[in-house]
Design a protein around this ligand. Sequence first.
Ligand code: ATP
Ligand code: MG
Length: 586
Amino acid sequence: MLLMTLRQDPAEAEIPSHKLLLRAGYIRRIGSGIYAYLPLMWRVLQKISQIVREEMNATGALECLLPQLQPAQLWQESGRWDTYTKAEGIMFALRDRQERDLGLGPTHEEVITTIAKKTINSYRQLPVHLYQIQTKFRDEIRPRFGLMRGREFIMKDGYSFHSDEESLKETYRQMDRAYRQILGRCGLAFRAVEADSGAIGGAGSQEFMILADAGEDEILYTSDGKYAANVEKAVSRPPVVEASPFTSYDKKETPGTETISKLCQILNCSPTVIVKNVLYEAMYDNGKKVLVVVSIRGDRDVNEVKLQNELVKLAGRYQAKTVLALKVPSAKELQEWTTQPLPLGYIAPNLPKDYLRSPQFLSLADTTVVGLTNFITGSNELGDHVVGANWGAQFQLPELTVDVQKAKAGDRALHDTSQILQSARGIEVGHIFQLGTKYSQVMGATYTNEEGEEVPLVMGCYGLGVSRLAQAAVEQSYDKDGIIWPVAIAPYHVIIVIPNISDAKQVEAAEKLYHDFKVAGVDTLLDDRPERAGVKFKDADLIGIPYRVVTGRSLKSGQVEVVERATKKSHAIPLDEVVSTLKQWL
Ligand code: ATP
Ligand code: MG
């Protein structure tokens, strides 16, 4: 056995699961976002993969293995080569000896659509669903937390093909059930949430979140169980607007009020009657940059995912297809846009035309500001705000109204305003999509339908992060002594510890048990190292095997000690009943 445990927390790790997997000898870092899965980890990953495989096969999906080296030409056909290899693109790209461009697969829509194009001709072959369990490569901007966000990681990805939306929806529902089964069998507490389908579009998507405080994602949900969404996607009814204390239009000196809370203090008003104007810079895929001002209620924040989706919808205006990057520009970057420094913190909904160097300027109103009256907002002059303002009087309501406000805990739910949104943190382990014809259309993957017409295939895709799931399980289940694996995905079920290897009776009993467990199909580890008993117990706790069997003093009365890892409960069990008892518990 290759067992190398560390007593100290490694400096490179921040969150508990990452520390524990390193300390317990499951993984080793080879480079940024690059990890070796050592033998213990590989057993866990194979157990998870097997559960995934069984549940996928049960739905009729077919396992295959697709190439990781993907010709650029496929990605040029789908129109994703540039977005995936330039700017913030995450595909590793390379050039072969014949000067041809290739990418290392971050995902496989292009490859699978090409296969469908070559193999599916008729509606009679549909539906069909192919999946694989394989290493993916992504040059993540911020690889971190060990296996949670790696640059090389294991994913189950599946792609289904259909003759119509109805058939797609059926498979989508089936995948929803399969994912719930998989996570349930892995022993995890999770929540399925509505998700942003972003640039991919399509009719809908759902994410599966493992609940854990260290999760990168925020989930908003209601306690009636009827609503759960990723905060990126969540909708809500914001708090009721309080009346404005100002009934006539006026300009007020408000020095030092760059933040909403300071402004509320000085003017003695509620943030719900303030129109806040936030600047963004969007970069489209053709290189065009647009300066955006979003007017939103003072107590609300902009949801940048929603904003980006809105800007993608407007891409046609700028002869572009999609948005490559969206950010809050720095004061320095703003200089490119304006003829004089902008009065940051005092910006009005409309910027004076003579400020702007470039015509690529867009002003958007969030739905929260549309109904406001006698509101307070910036004056475009440093140090002054205006009060008692109204749309159609002092300010023009921006031509486009969008919903880009960020829902937050405490807001009322849309489906039932007596339900209040609550917040939880989660780790996204799965994402299922209804893709529609996005890829089949552009790549020409068509089939002949019952009426004899040639039409594009309707597609769905379903991802599950196998290596991320393994670490998420640890994040959800550990204590001060180490990992507590759920039985179904533990590398071994039982660890037999011989406290004193110079005691022949202890060794003999342990070896017999080891043999009997093996015959009974229980995954068992035998710790016969020449170490002190205390060291072995500590290691057993750290690596997190569900049951520890100790062939110690109780052998004298024909018993062994069995300790449950999760509860630390200890049982004395007669030697000849150990295997059958544990089989039952497992
Ligand atoms: P994220 O928002 O976390 O970057 P994603 O939306 O890029 O995820 P998908 O492309 O839908 O993820 O991939 C499917 C699954 O693969 C995810 O749900 C996640 O479990 C896993 N996954 C994605 N990126 C990584 C990564 N860098 N390291 C480990 N697992 C990952
Ligand atoms: Mg990602």
